[in-house]
Design a protein around this ligand. Structure first.
Ligand SMILES: C[S@@+](CC[C@H](N)C(=O)[O-])C[C@H]1O[C@@H](n2cnc3c(N)ncnc32)[C@H](O)[C@@H]1O
Length: 195
């Protein structure tokens, strides 16, 4: 998947122009502080939300054009957007975050890359830190569309973080982007294992 090409061609169809309503609701209800990382941040809406909510947030994305568009949309936050690979994060990002915010990064990845995603979380989130996710569970696909997004189930999510993480919160949110109602899940995990 050439993510940068999608941004270059104006085909970032996943982008809703605003942060995920369930992330906004969660952060407004839970005081969350410290350094936060948004992997696969795209045009940066969750980074802007996190900063608004008092987090010292950084977005990381492999697509330089996505990062450039995030900087253009949120120029006051430009330095917070970084181009790079979450599966092999820059040294400065390792073991450096109190919070990781997930929104449609994992669902953009084919199943074969989920272990790399988990490794990216392990490399960046400190022990005791929170992985706050709006997980796009079982996105229904049109016939012939093989993804992204790539469907995964609650059981897949549970299995991916079965070791080294505790579930802190888990619910189907009552707010969502119009086409995603009932297909998202808020699951917050606390990292219990050391690096
Ligand atoms: C489906 S898009 C979601 C973007 C954003 N989270 C949103 O909701 O608009 C997935 C994003 O993950 C980025 N991505 C994919 N693989 C990545 C990797 N290995 N490291 C960092 N970013 C990656 C893509 O460039 C893309 O911006």
């Amino acid at each position: 998947m050439d993510w940068d090409e999608k941004y270059q061609k104006g085909e970032a169809v996943w982008d809703k122009g605003a942060p995920a309503p369930a992330m906004k609701q969660y952060l407004s209800r839970h005081t969350t502080r410290g350094r936060a990382l948004v992997p696969g941040c795209g045009r940066g809406h969750e980074v802007a939300l996190a900063v608004e909510q008092g987090l010292d947030a950084t977005g990381l994305d492999i697509a330089p054009t996505g990062v450039a568009e995030a900087r253009a949309k949120y120029p006051h936050l430009a330095e917070r957007f970084v181009t790079g690979d979450f599966f092999d994060p820059p040294e400065a990002m390792r073991d450096a975050y109190d919070v990781v915010l997930e929104h449609t990064c994992m669902s953009g990845l084919p199943p074969s890359l989920r272990a790399d995603y988990r490794r990216g979380i392990d490399l960046t989130l400190r022990r005791g830190g929170l992985l706050i996710g709006i997980w796009f569970i079982n996105p229904a696909l049109e016939p012939g569309n093989e993804g992204p997004p790539f469907p995964f189930s609650v059981a897949d999510l549970t299995a991916l973080f079965a070791e080294g993480y505790d579930i802190v919160e888990d619910y189907v949110p009552d707010v969502a982007f119009p086409v995603r109602e009932g297909r998202e899940r808020v699951r917050v995990l606390r990292r219990t294992m050391g690096s």
